[in-house]
Design a protein around this ligand. Sequence first.
Ligand code: CA
Length: 227
Amino acid sequence: MRILIVEDDAMLAEAVAAAMRQSAHVVSHAASGDEADLALSTREFDLVLLDLGLPRMDGFEVLRRLRQRRSKVLVIILTARDSPGDRVKGLDLGADDYLVKPFQLAELEARVRALIRRAHAIASSEIVHGPLKLDMAGRRLYCDGRPVELSARELAVVELLLLREGRVVTKQQIVDHLYGWEDVSTSNAVEVFVYRLRRKLDASGVDIKTVRGMGYLIEKAGDRPDA
Ligand code: CA
């Protein structure tokens, strides 16, 4: 997931970013409201962690503009303001969840997982595909019950392909998904990277197909004649 953290408290932003990166998410940071507004109108994100008290433009206004552009990006408001009025206003403006500071990072991580599940309409935090099982909460991939050793980037790509199983994922979508990791910033790097991933998935029989001129695809498990 590509996550934008909008937070003017540098220490808190860094702590949240570290926790999200640990879960193999790709993290960007905006320290003011106008910076967030610019990032959200020019780049694609899956989730925004939005503070309300921000320099130059407050979080409510960032959210109002975001929903005015009909963006469906997931938003969790993280704020010290805990009056019912603020919560109602935030949710009415289109926030998906609301967490009051100070919060435990573990609770934030659990809420992020819950939102991802809801967004992908998945009942649990596991995706099963043939012999593969992706534990999105534990950030591990298993093949026939045995863990597959993957780097955080490889795990993020497998997750993207499995969440969109049966649909083509373009190289550009992979580059965007991995935004922030400099060694995966070109489509050539993506090719090298998918090659490594294929070798690691070889034993599972799960194939990452190349769709010429378009991108990559993991077919639905039931679509394979031998599945
Ligand atoms: Ca603040």
